[in-house]
Design a binder for this molecule. Structure first.
Ligand SMILES: NC(=O)c1ccc[n+]([C@@H]2O[C@H](COP(=O)([O-])OP(=O)(O)OC[C@H]3O[C@@H](n4cnc5c(N)ncnc54)[C@H](OP(=O)(O)O)[C@@H]3O)[C@@H](O)[C@H]2O)c1
Length: 324
């Protein structure tokens, strides 16, 4: 019996050492890639002449557009507001000398994809960034409270279900449809990169953002499934899951955890060759690890959720006051 126990302990020790070593190797690989090696511009150039970015006139999408242009690719900006498209296209053209095309569409509408297809015809697309996304409301709230917000506007259920449809169209349908447009040529050419911008909130059920987080886990599953199907054809399909990036949507200022969109984009591009999903920055990788270890029963209590809602609303208000 004693011998059996001793053997069991030794076996347990070997397994523990093995898993610990695996974690250390993973961390080292991450550091070596992101801090020392990075990904050379020639890699992105080798994929094709054009990068297509959805939701490209603000925040993370705009930062990707600038970054890919700096790295030598021509850019297709796809977004909603004409004036912003023209402004960003001019900025990129002047700063980098690259060609910039714009496509004005609203991703809440379902019949826009023929128009996008026409505009992409004949372009050798090396990179697609599925970035466009929307939150149900700027403030965190319980699912049915989306209705309360609409009640104040006197539009009630109709508007509530429109919001649900819009979120699904923007956060999910756009990802599958844009991939469907671009992937066939990438497959023929046996190269290409599709970057899907999901969210850190999708790593676990996320009360107060439950619809948004659910659309973002769709992105993660779709992305990783496609990577398994097309990875062997020379295509990289990568899911990036940021936590907090300073933008119109998040309303946070850059800090230790919240990255500026430019910093986030640069560090996320350093990890494109590391696995099929990442959080895109060291701070966000650590946050994901810590969040994964938290007891979720505690996070999911009413008391915690109410406190969190108050905190986020107060923080947003204080940031709003500062910027005025
Ligand atoms: N910021 C964060 O902390 C964070 C964290 C995790 C994940 N993400 C994800 O990252 C992505 C970008 O977020 P962001 O913070 O950069 O957002 P953002 O600053 O609000 O920018 C959103 C961009 O998408 C465009 N857009 C929005 N709705 C559209 C629609 N219906 N049709 C066409 N274009 C539309 C906007 O154009 P207009 O200016 O014309 O409206 C804008 O160019 C989203 O998918 C978001 O879920 C963000």
């Amino acid at each position: 019996m004693e011998k059996l126990l001793e053997d069991a302990f030794v076996l347990f020790g070997i397994f523990a050492m093995f898993f610990f070593s695996l974690k250390v190797v993973k961390c080292l690989k991450y550091f070596v890639h992101t801090k020392w090696l990075g990904v050379p511009d020639s890699f992105f150039n080798s994929l094709g002449e054009w990068a297509v970015i959805t939701g490209a006139t603000d925040g993370i999408g705009k930062a990707y557009a600038h970054e890919f242009a700096k790295r030598g690719l021509n850019i297709v900006l796809i977004s909603r507001t004409k004036e912003k498209l023209i402004k960003v296209a001019n900025e990129i053209g002047q700063a980098t000398g690259r060609k910039v095309k714009t496509v004005q569409v609203n991703f809440t509408e379902r019949d826009i994809y023929e128009h996008i297809k026409e505009n992409l015809r004949g372009l050798e697309i090396g990179v697609l960034v599925n970035n466009v996304g929307m939150l149900q409301t700027p403030d965190p709230c319980r699912f049915l409270e989306m209705t309360d917000i609409d009640k104040k506007k006197n539009v009630q259920q109709k508007h509530f279900s429109e919001t649900i449809n819009d979120m699904i169209a923007v956060n999910m349908v756009s990802v599958a449809k844009m991939t469907q447009l671009v992937l066939p040529r990438m497959k023929e050419r046996q190269k290409g990169l599709i970057l899907n911008i999901s969210s850190g909130v999708a790593t676990a059920p996320c009360p107060l953002y439950c619809l948004y987080a659910s659309t973002k886990i769709f992105m993660e599953r779709f992305s990783r499934g496609c990577q398994a199907e097309y990875g062997s054809k020379g295509i990289i399909i990568k899911c990036s899951m940021p936590y907090s990036v300073a933008s119109q949507m998040s309303r946070v200022m850059p800090g230790i955890i919240a990255k500026s969109a430019e910093d986030y984009v640069r560090s996320s591009l350093d990890c494109v060759l590391l696995g099929d999903r990442c959080h895109g920055s060291l701070a966000h990788e650590i946050l994901a690890y810590v969040y994964g270890k938290l007891p979720h029963w505690f996070v999911y209590t009413d008391a915690f959720l109410d406190k969190l809602m108050d905190h986020v609303q107060n923080y947003a208000r204080s940031q709003g006051n500062k910027s005025h």
